[in-house]
Design a protein around this ligand. Structure first.
Ligand SMILES: [Zn+2]
Length: 329
């Protein structure tokens, strides 16, 4: 394809997606949507989650455009039976955040929308090395932040500069997920306790048990300590998946049949993790590869998911045109 036309399609995806016929041409049969925190005030959390207004917009948009919101099990059944009657979406939430219940659940209930929550053991047990929560707290607390491991000092006295500094450190960690642990001394020096943040931000065991009995909720695995599985040896990676599954099944007294790979990128999970997830007894596993589901031949252990990053971005991703344009690049 002509490179000019190709770039035009890529950068104009948000506008093209509103043209009649585009969705019919590019959209897949189904889509799995990934969320983390659903926040009432995103600015005060350095823009790290989805605002409740965007979340409500996305659900209204799905209903208006004729998508069904279904459970992950129903989605997999419909794909397997090649059901082409209606497009369908699955809503998923990673990590077990408390605001998924206090903020998102009332919206889900109003829409009668089933959902899947993927929970790492360390969240309800408060042992999670949730460096992203610690880092956010650090930038919220201080106007001058030194990250020794990165060799950088940030001067950030307003929200904009805090957001940009936080994003820079987060990107640096995402280049090598093991770097998250290198923040521990800095967080400690600044009096930041990850156990206290886990207590504040994640559901506890009693809340999870209650949620698991909600008719719209399903609970899935997300490993014990939320590592990038691909960076572990095979034995440790298998234990991360299997131990988390046993923990959740014991806690909830329910079968746990689905899992989300932490981080979900190609550097965090690949064919070995797909094999391990299958071997320890899961029936599906989701990644964060940003694609829709197109047919019944989809790999159940590498299911793609799309995020919600703004209204026009969401419409463009749901139309399938972003994916089509990316494939051309
Ligand atoms: Zn996660």
């Amino acid at each position: 394809m002509n490179p000019v036309l190709r770039n035009c399609l890529f950068y104009g995806a948000g506008h093209f997606s509103q043209l009649p016929g585009v969705r019919a041409l590019f959209a897949g049969r189904a889509v799995i949507i990934v969320h983390h925190e659903i926040q009432r005030d995103c600015q005060s959390e350095l823009m790290t989650g989805t605002s409740v207004s965007l979340f409500e917009y996305s659900l209204n948009w799905l209903r208006r455009e004729g998508w069904s919101i279904v459970s992950l099990d129903e989605c997999l059944q419909r794909l397997a039976s090649n059901d082409r009657s209606r497009r369908y979406a699955v809503l998923t939430f990673d990590d077990g955040y408390r605001d998924n219940v206090s903020v998102a659940l009332p919206v889900l209930e109003r829409n009668n929308a089933p959902f899947m929550m993927y929970v790492p053991t360390g969240a309800p047990t408060r042992s999670l090395q949730s460096w992203w929560l610690g880092l956010r707290k650090l930038f919220l607390l201080r106007d001058k932040v030194t990250i020794d491991a990165l060799g950088r000092q940030f001067h950030c006295s307003d929200i904009r500069s805090k957001i940009s500094a936080f994003d820079e450190v987060r990107r640096w960690i995402h280049e090598d997920y093991r770097r998250g642990a290198m923040l521990a001394p800095t967080l400690e020096q600044n009096g930041i306790s990850l156990a206290a943040l886990n207590d504040e931000y994640f559901l506890d065991e009693r809340e999870l048990r209650n949620l698991a009995r909600h008719p719209l909720a399903s609970i899935g695995g997300h490993t014990t300590s939320h590592p990038a599985l691909a960076s572990l040896d095979t034995l440790s990676a298998r234990a991360e998946l299997a131990d988390n599954r046993s923990y959740l099944e014991n806690l909830l007294q329910l079968p746990v049949r689905h899992v989300a790979y932490p981080f979900g990128t190609p550097r965090a999970c690949g064919p070995r993790e797909e094999r391990l997830a299958n071997e320890v007894g899961f029936q599906s596993a989701v990644t964060t590869r940003h694609e829709q589901l197109h047919d019944s031949k989809v790999n159940h252990f590498a299911l793609p998911r799309i995020g919600v990053n703004g209204r026009s971005d969401f419409r463009a991703r749901m139309s399938g045109i972003v994916e089509a344009a990316q494939a051309l690049r």
